[in-house]
Design a protein around this ligand. Structure first.
Ligand SMILES: NC(=O)c1ccc[n+]([C@@H]2O[C@H](COP(=O)([O-])OP(=O)(O)OC[C@H]3O[C@@H](n4cnc5c(N)ncnc54)[C@H](OP(=O)(O)O)[C@@H]3O)[C@@H](O)[C@H]2O)c1
Length: 408
């Protein structure tokens, strides 16, 4: 029934993450990418094509009733792949017809993701389709209907299962734990390290409108870039030992392997303050010396317990997979029905024009003279009746065909 849909994919499941890059269509910009995709589409006689590229997934979704030589397809994607022609099939997953739709549903619903339940994949999929449709103009009605139903199914999955619940990223878990202490926006925050992790943490500081933020980093320019995001101050890491303004929350995450926050430095940073402090420590290994905890009252949010929580949450999400699969199986049946209806609409698409042409001929040729003889009100009524008939006549054969299909 769904013959013609095909899906080729290379993912973290079959291929080393670093090797996935070989399956990407190399293109410095969208113009080049569009040209390359169109070339592949024309060369293989593909009716409609869509391309998704994420850090752990390359996916080609297409409509073409005839078979495609998969090796040749990927050689067109990247010449370098010829070198691994003997083992190429081990990296590529191939689905067709109903299974292609089913796999697309699974991808969009994130059951196939490295981090199960991560909704980002749905956004990426929609964006890839939008580009292929409006910018590259390489999709058509078959992919439109498939994507429409895919998005609908994924939304149903996220709305009716708990697959997207319970955070699994270390940063979001750290933020959640920090918020449990109800910190005030006026809290004095020290951010130590200005790498990717603290960049993500800074989104939280911005969101919750923390105003007193100081960023320390080995490279001052990077500290400044991060501090500028919420008009905070930037200071070189070396100057931490002379910092005298105190703090309430310390967010520390650097690539250093040294426990440079020791009891002496910590006491200096406290400036005599004895209130409980919050430390969010995401460095691996930790940059905080054990002695610090012995001497001070600290609400310590550390990476090991967060990692454990992340693993538990991921296991919880994975438990939802069987429910998701049930929903998707039903949705594929629904897709078949929608697809069938759409086929009928396509088959009967000439009918409206034909009926309209009959109407126009009746008014302008066959009954032209008689109509000219009637008064304007009567003519208006006749034309309204004919428009009504036109509309009804168009619906009759399509309705009948749909009923016949249902009875089959
Ligand atoms: N396992 C997990 O799930 C997970 C999650 C989050 C974080 N982490 C850990 O967090 C740490 C940082 O991660 P990231 O993603 O933010 O890394 P990143 O983007 O590479 O940034 C590294 C940061 O650490 C600083 N740094 C590196 N070496 C240093 C040293 N010897 N002394 C002082 N500062 C140093 C860098 O300063 P410059 O700007 O001067 O280079 C930069 O601010 C790593 O230990 C990582 O393993 C792990």
């Amino acid at each position: 029934m769904l013959q013609g849909y095909k899906l080729f994919t290379v993912t973290h499941r079959t291929t080393d993450i670093n090797q996935i890059a070989d399956f990407i269509i190399e293109a410095p910009d969208d113009e080049v990418l569009a040209r390359k995709l169109k070339k592949i589409k024309d060369y293989f006689g593909i009716d409609e094509l869509m391309y998704l590229n994420t850090c752990n997934r390359i996916l080609f979704f297409m409509y073409k009733p005839e078979a495609i030589d998969i090796n040749a397809f990927f050689f067109a994607v990247n010449e370098k792949l010829r070198k691994m022609s003997g083992s190429l099939h081990q990296s590529i997953e191939y689905y067709e017809d109903e299974l292609a739709i089913h796999h697309l549903y699974e991808v969009a619903s994130s059951v196939d993701s490295l981090v199960v339940g991560e909704r980002e994949i749905l956004r990426q999929l929609r964006e890839a389709y939008r580009k292929c449709k409006t910018k590259f103009e390489i999709t058509g009605d078959k992919l439109r209907i498939a994507m429409q139903m895919t998005v609908k199914s994924a939304k149903m999955v996220y709305g009716n299962t708990r697959i997207g619940e319970k955070p699994v990223s270390i940063v979001s878990l750290a933020v959640k734990k920090l918020l449990q202490s109800s910190p005030l926006p006026e809290s004095r925050v020290l951010v130590i390290g200005a790498g990717q992790t603290n960049l993500l943490m800074s989104n939280f500081l911005k969101k919750y409108k923390f105003q007193d933020v100081v960023v320390f980093n080995r490279t001052l320019e990077k500290a400044q870039l991060l501090a500028d995001r919420f008009t905070g101050n930037a200071i070189a890491l070396d100057d931490l030992k002379t910092y005298q303004k105190g703090f309430d929350i310390m967010i520390i995450c650097t690539g250093s392997t040294a426990k440079f926050v020791d009891s002496n430095l910590y006491a200096q940073l406290l400036q005599g303050d004895t209130d409980q402090k919050i430390i969010v420590d995401l460095s691996v290994p930790s940059n905080i010396d054990k002695g610090v905890f012995a001497d001070h009252d600290i609400n310590y949010i550390e990476i090991e317990s967060l990692k454990k929580l992340a693993a538990d949450n991921l296991a919880f999400r994975k438990n939802e997979i069987s429910k998701v699969k049930e929903i998707l199986a039903e949705r594929v049946i629904e897709f078949k029905e929608v697809y069938r209806q759409r086929e009928i609409e396509r088959d009967y698409s000439h009918i409206p024009q034909q009926i309209k042409a009959v109407k126009e001929k009746a008014i302008n040729v066959v009954f032209k003279k008689q109509l000219e003889a009637v008064d304007p009100n009567a003519r208006l009524l006749i034309e309204e009746m004919m428009a009504y008939m036109e509309k009804k006549c168009i619906a009759v054969p399509i309705k009948k065909a749909k009923q016949d299909q249902l009875a089959d």
